[in-house]
Design a protein around this ligand. Structure first.
Ligand code: SF4
Length: 286
């Protein structure tokens, strides 16, 4: 009999739930509703919203009028300002307050008298939309460091102010801070959000106790990918997007399965996975 245990903190976080509520409300009230890039990093939930009428665009050039919802992990400052100036476009900001807090920290560091001559180090993934947006608030004073190796190779002649992408692991952030602290005068601003920390800690705890971990969420979701990385250090782990990715043979000779999901994974996707695992369990028993 397969026993399924779910992580204490899994699935939608406050910021994602808030963005979906904003999108649903806007859809009810307005006609032309767009997002720039996916509103959250979950292809299944984005598709559900698209079926209800939201259009996901990669660039503003095709938007003449209507509402543009800004995604949870923010957009670059210049683009935001450009949209606000366009009188035909109604900008609805669903950027998560924790992401905004990180943007405010970067903006303040880059302009305050005491810190404006220092370098701002953003610990995060260079190409991730949140990091691209964060850097845009830094008045060309940011550099992005992704790994310990990059931190070791980094060279600068200024003091460093270190901030984080909200969904980084504490481990990667602390390792990079430790490396840089040996060579530079540093100030640390830990902007990892609590929802991320809670999900990472619950996933790690559960992964220690089970034979197999299933991590559910978008392959484009940074926080889901990091949950899978954390779990795979403790036990056999698969990162899936939906129940269709599950394979029956994964569950042969397995007794306890742990389930977790990224902050952008909706409940209905998680429920479908639970049902499919139950179905496999019953088939393997017979
Ligand atoms: S993971 Fe954290 S920062 Fe990102 S949307 Fe959720 S609460 Fe906000």
């Amino acid at each position: 009999m397969l026993k399924v245990k779910k992580a204490k903190n899994a699935g939608f976080c406050f910021g994602v739930r808030r963005a979906i509520e904003i999108a649903e409300k806007t859809l009810k009230e307005k006609d032309k509703v767009y997002t720039l890039g996916p509103i959250i990093h979950n292809p299944q939930e984005v598709k559900r919203l698209e079926k209800r009428g939201i259009k996901t665009l990669e660039s503003v050039s095709r938007i003449k009028d209507g509402c543009v919802i800004l995604r949870t992990h923010g957009i670059p400052l210049e683009l935001h300002e450009k949209l606000e100036k366009n009188g035909n476009i109604n900008v609805i900001d669903s950027t998560c307050p924790f992401v905004k807090r990180a943007q405010d920290v970067v903006r303040k560091l880059s302009s305050d008298k005491a810190t404006k001559d220092s370098t701002i180090v953003v610990v995060g993934e260079k190409a991730h939309p949140e990091v691209v947006a964060l850097v845009s608030y830094g008045n060309k004073k940011c550099i992005v460091i992704e790994t310990s190796e990059e931190a070791k190779a980094f060279k600068d002649n200024k003091n460093l102010n270190i901030v984080s992408q909200t969904t980084q692991t504490s481990e990667n952030f602390n390792n990079i801070v430790n490396i840089l602290s040996k060579k530079y005068k540093i100030s640390v601003y830990n902007t990892i959000c609590k929802a991320t920390l809670d999900r990472q800690q619950s996933a790690e705890k559960l992964a220690r106790d089970v034979d197999l971990m299933i991590v559910i969420g978008g392959k484009n979701s940074g926080n889901t990918t990091r949950l899978a990385q954390i779990c795979s250090c403790k036990t056999k782990t698969y990162h899936i997007e939906t129940f269709k990715d599950l394979k029956k043979n994964w569950f042969e000779r397995i007794f306890t399965i742990g389930l977790t999901a990224g902050a952008s994974t909706p409940d209905w996707v998680i429920k479908d996975v639970e049902l499919k695992i139950k179905e496999f369990g019953e088939k393997l028993q017979n």
